[in-house]
Design a protein around this ligand. Structure first.
Ligand SMILES: [Zn+2]
Length: 166
């Protein structure tokens, strides 16, 4: 990563971090910062993800959401396979600059989730029940906008990584 892609290190000064204008994001011990993405149109929460410094820098530079995939261990431009890219309308950081909020416009199928749904938060946890008894999730906002099997198979095939046996 070039020096231009680096952000200033957060200082020890609480007032500067909370009231100043210097964007000095605070990454955790693994070099990540949590990011919540909401729909710029409806305000609903779409997904929670993480950025490392490079993902954050690329997002700032390009206005396209980039994340760090913890499961794949690599930088990930949202929608690179599915076409469901996210244009960032506004990016905010919180009081102590250790979290990011993206207001995004989704392209493609208007789905943030790899399961094909608009939001990753498509199941509700019931309240007022004893957790010990086993809590059943309730599906809400769970309609699929695309068929993940078809979309990701197609992406794999396009890259020539689809095994012939599949
Ligand atoms: Zn998801």
């Amino acid at each position: 990563m070039s020096n231009a892609a680096r952000f200033p290190a957060p200082g020890g000064n609480k007032t500067e971090s909370e009231e100043g204008t210097v964007f000095a994001p605070r990454f955790d011990a693994e070099g990540l910062v949590p990011v919540v993405a909401t729909s710029a149109r409806t305000g609903e929460v779409l997904m929670l993800a993480y950025m490392n410094e490079e993902a954050l820098a690329r997002t700032v530079e390009t206005g396209e959401a980039h994340y760090w995939s913890r499961s794949r261990g690599r930088l990930w431009r949202k929608g690179e396979e599915s076409g469901n890219t996210q244009r960032v309308v506004e990016m905010r950081t919180d009081c102590d600059q250790d979290a990011i909020w993206l207001k995004v416009e989704a392209a493609g199928a208007d789905a943030a989730c790899h399961t094909g749904r608009r939001t990753c938060f498509y199941r509700a946890v019931p309240l007022g029940v004893a957790p010990g008894g086993g809590v059943s999730l309730r599906f809400v906002d769970s309609e699929r906008q695309f068929d993940p099997e078809a979309v990701y198979r197609h992406a794999d095939a396009a890259k020539g990584t689809l095994k012939s046996s599949e």
